[in-house]
Each structure stands twice: as C-alpha cells, then as structure tokens.
Design a protein around this ligand. Structure first.
Ligand code: NAD
Length: 290
C-alpha cells in the first residue's frame, strides 16, 4: 500500500519504520527535521497525504490533529482512509471523522496502548472507532504495527475506550500507591503486602504487573529509578481527556476527577514531571494526612 505518515515522533517514527520494513511504500512528514529508516520524507503534510491509500497521523493533541486534517483531507484520494493513532479528545476525533466522511474518505480513530516499546516492537494494541469498511482497510496495517486491534464502534469509540481504560489505570495506580504508603506506616513489609494483595481481591494490573514499589513484584520502572515507562505527564494528559469527555457527556466521575487533580499536582508542583506515573508512590511516602 501507499501510506502517508504524519507525526514521526517517539511513537510515529518506529510505527512508520515497521510499515516500511513490511514492504509498504511510506512517505512521511514531521514538523521537526527527522529521518526514519525506509521512509521517504515529504516537505509538507499535504505532499505526504496526496495519492496515499491510507494516511496515518500520530500527533500530540486534538488541536494539531484538526489543523493537519484541514490541510490533508482536501488532497486525499477518494476512498482513501485517514487513520488517526494519536490520543486526542473524543470531540476532535468525531469532528475529524465527520470532515473526512463529508469528503468521501474512510476514517478511523485508533489510539494505541503499549508505549514506545510497543511501537518499536510492533506489539501495540489499537482501539478503533469508525465504519466496518474503514476498519477493514486499516486492519492489515494494525497487524504490522501491533498485536491486537479491537473495533470498538463508530467514530470516537476508539478514543472513548482509551480514556476509560486510562482513567481506571490512573485511579488504580493512585490506590495502589496510597495503600503501599499506608502499609509502610503500619509497619507492614512491602513484599508481604505484595504477596497478599497480588493474590487477593485488591489485585490489579498496577499491583501485579507494574508494581510501584521497587524490588517487589516483576521488573517495572520503579526498579529503574522510576524512569518512564509511561510518564506521569502522559497519564495527566489522558486523565484530563477523560474529564473533558465526562463533562461533555454529563458523566459523574469523582475518582477520575480526583486522579486528574493528584497527577496535576504531582507533575506541576511535586517533581513528577519526567518520572514514570508509578512514582506517585514517592509522593505518598513523603506525606502525612495534613
Ligand atoms: P512526540 O511528541 O514524540 O511526537 C509527536 C510528533 O508530532 C513530533 O515529532 C512533532 O514534531 C510532530 N508534529 C507536531 N505538530 C505537527 C504538525 N502540524 N505536522 C506534522 N508533525 C507534527 O509524541 P509521541 O510520544 O510520539 O506521542 C504521539 C501521540 O501518541 C500522542 O497523542 C500521545 O498521547 C500518544 N501516545 C503516546 C504514548 C507514549 O508512550 N509516548 C503511548 C500511547 C499513546
């Protein structure tokens, strides 16, 4: 396939490289001066998009996605698919899908989970929203860049699934960290705490697979000085998107709201910027109730 790829950063770069390695004809564009193995670089987004069967975007936020969409939709071939893999707000995802459909294009919102390691290894999970025809067109590319793709529903459903998942993740990480800090203060050994909780009803992915306490449980960023992994500021971005969506849909999400506030404090005022999101444990270790 002829593929246009716009946004070749930490995630987009290795994803585009994997598509080229699999034999696709990939033309890329990024505002920054980057070069990606196997990818022909264009001078503008429109140049990368023109004549492509599928255009993939991997951009920082919804505002940038909307502006790139305005630039590329008019030059895309009829029946081509616009596949946005960025994590953006649900409203932007739906607006871009509408604009693409009005221009006779297929469109999919397909945010990912799996991080930079998953992008490089081709093991991402895609959660996709769009028509069945659009999903079918993008699916062979998801198979190259990832290990699983779930068609979640119509336009916006991929972003909805992503932020609901990550709202659970943020809330659960905080609960796990505050429980470890409480256990410390009660004089409970962390390994014993892990042994009990990981096999009891408090178990979770954050405890069992990504334990925030160093030296306990499987290898995780806590064993590496809390280098990300999944950075606290990216968790904050996703929690904010969840609250924006909750506001828009009139959903009551008190735990998500609290998690968003705590990560905001952590990133902006408590040295959390640049640390893994599990470093939230360091915050609770230092604090009392006051
Ligand atoms: P990044 O900042 O490394 O990459 C974004 C790229 O987009 C940059 O190279 C930037 O120069 C480029 N860009 C910005 N505006 C542009 C424009 N108008 N035209 C062309 N290029 C433009 O970010 P990333 O880590 O690759 O993340 C990309 C998306 O993936 C984000 O939405 C993020 O939330 C999501 N995501 C990231 C991770 C992760 O672990 N990094 C995990 C899952 C999802």
């Amino acid at each position: 396939m002829k593929i246009g790829f716009i946004g070749l950063g930490n995630m987009g770069g290795p994803m585009a490289a994997n598509l080229a390695k699999a034999g696709h004809d990939v033309t890329g564009f990024d505002m920054a001066d980057v070069s990606i193995e196997g990818v022909t670089m264009a001078d503008t987004g429109a140049e990368a998009a023109a004549g492509a069967d599928v255009v993939i975007t991997m951009l920082p936020n919804g505002k940038i996605l909307r502006s790139v969409a305005n630039e590329i939709i008019p030059v895309m071939s009829k029946d081509a698919a616009l596949v946005d893999c960025s994590t953006v707000d649900v409203d932007s995802a739906k607006a871009v899908a509408q604009q693409a459909e009005a221009a006779g294009l297929l469109s999919v919102d397909a945010p990912v989970s799996g991080g930079v390691g998953g992008a490089a290894g081709g093991t991402l999970t895609f959660m996709a929203g769009g028509s069945s025809a659009a999903f079918a067109k993008a699916e062979p590319l998801f198979d190259i860049m990832g290990q699983k793709a779930v068609h979640c529903g119509e336009a916006g459903a991929g972003q909805s699934a992503k932020i609901c998942n990550n709202m659970i993740l943020g809330v659960t990480m905080i609960a796990t960290c505050e429980a470890f800090a409480l256990a410390d203060k009660l004089g409970l050994d962390r390994q014993k705490m892990f042994d009990v909780v990981s096999t009891s009803s408090g178990y979770s992915w954050t405890m069992n697979a990504y334990c925030p306490a160093p030296g306990v449980g499987p290898q995780s960023p806590s064993d590496n000085g809390y280098q990300p992994g999944f950075a606290a500021e990216l968790m904050l971005k996703d929690l904010r998107l969840s609250q924006q969506a909750a506001e828009s849909a009139d959903a009551d999400t008190p735990m998500g709201e609290m998690a968003s506030k705590l990560y905001e404090q952590f990133v902006e005022n408590e040295d959390g910027l640049g640390m893994d999101f599990s470093a939230m444990l360091l915050r609770f270790e230092k604090r009392g109730r006051g």
